[in-house]
Design a binder for this molecule. Structure first.
Ligand code: NAD
Length: 313
């Protein structure tokens, strides 16, 4: 792998770290076009890029929710040539569905789903013409398995998984690769932003029991899980680098081996009962001990399933 890499959402978190990791590649194989909605937020990236800034890393504005922004960004690149497109920009949404307006839900789909579709539509035709290219999509474990109180976020990632699973077949005919990266929890501003939003929430329309399950059962378990099982943006950047450097990149790439059993439950019982009941028990019967239960689950799962993750090391 080498060449021009365009990454969306580089002002923070995973996007920032992928940009810096690729720009600092020891063999200088990549020219990174790090994009962000608002270039006023560039300082953290510029600082982290150090000497690479202006050499193997350049900055461009790009809002994945705007047709014009996406078009003008891609048109400003020499010959519109992008070898690797990394769709990273994304937003979270947490809470009881009753309390969330349809407008807020649409915003999540506008970024997480249509944002990716917009990018792929703009970049894919040139890749198809050249019969080469690699499209990477930052999905999530929540693109494969539903998670309580993350209903809309999960749906947006599922939508993208379905879109990409369909696209991958056609793209293969044009020698264009498509890969999903599916991290579990990662310590970034994503988590902090969601928790801030939750603190401000007033839960209009949700009954007292639902609010209690969300605030007193789900949230503490979720914080516990982030602490116990969270990966770092560096981990995800290393996994992504491995995926783009693989001679035959896989379509699906879970980054956290603790999550393979959870995803496997779905395939082990096609009725869905096993996964729904397991999640019910994890949340309502184990609560804060959820990570211990998941570790036990991991031990019980055969090693062939564990090998399916991509390791950051
Ligand atoms: P983050 O909030 O630090 O980064 C998301 C980035 O996307 C931000 O820089 C934000 O400004 C940008 N963004 C949002 N809307 C945009 C738009 N319209 N146009 C351009 N950029 C926009 O969080 P992160 O954890 O680094 O998230 C990156 C990706 O990883 C997301 O797609 C997220 O769904 C996914 N992910 C995160 C986690 C996690 O636990 N943090 C887990 C699995 C997957």
């Amino acid at each position: 792998a080498s060449g021009f890499v365009l990454i969306t959402g580089c002002s923070s978190g995973i996007g920032l770290r992928i940009a810096v990791t690729l720009a600092k590649d020891e063999k200088k194989r990549y020219h990174v076009i790090a994009t962000m909605r608002d270039l006023r937020k560039k300082d953290k990236l510029v600082e982290a890029a150090g000497d690479a800034y202006g050499k193997t890393l350049t900055l461009l504005p790009l809002d994945v929710c705007s047709d014009e922004s996406v078009k003008s960004c891609i048109n400003s690149i020499k010959d519109r040539h992008i070898d690797i497109l990394i769709n990273n920009a994304g937003v979270g949404l947490l809470g009881p569905v009753e309390s969330i307006s349809i407008e807020e839900m649409k915003k999540v789909f506008e970024t997480n789903f249509f944002g990716v579709v917009r990018m792929i539509k703009e970049v894919m035709p040139d890749m198809k013409k050249r019969r080469s290219g690699h499209i990477v999509v930052m999905s999530s474990v929540m693109g494969l398995q539903g998670v309580v109180f993350n209903d809309v976020y999960t749906a947006s990632k599922f939508a993208m998984e379905g879109f990409c699973e369909s696209m991958a077949v056609q793209l293969m005919k044009f020698n264009v690769r498509l890969s999903m990266i599916e991290p579990g929890p990662v310590h970034t501003e994503f988590e902090t932003k969601m928790m801030d939003d939750v603190a401000k929430m007033e839960y209009p329309g949700a009954d007292a029991d639902t609010v209690r399950y969300f605030k007193d059962v789900y949230l503490p378990s979720s914080i516990d899980i982030f602490e116990a099982m969270g990966q770092t943006p560096e981990d995800i950047a290393n996994c992504t680098k491995k995926v783009i450097e693989s001679s035959s990149p896989r379509f699906r790439n879970l980054t956290n081996s603790l999550y393979t059993p959870i995803v496997a439950l779905k395939y082990a019982d096609e009725t869905g009962g096993l996964s729904v009941n397991t999640f019910y028990n994890l949340l309502f019967n184990f609560g804060p001990l959820m990570h211990i239960t998941m570790s036990i689950l991991k031990c019980l799962t055969c090693s062939c399933l564990r090998r399916r993750t991509i390791s950051p090391n």
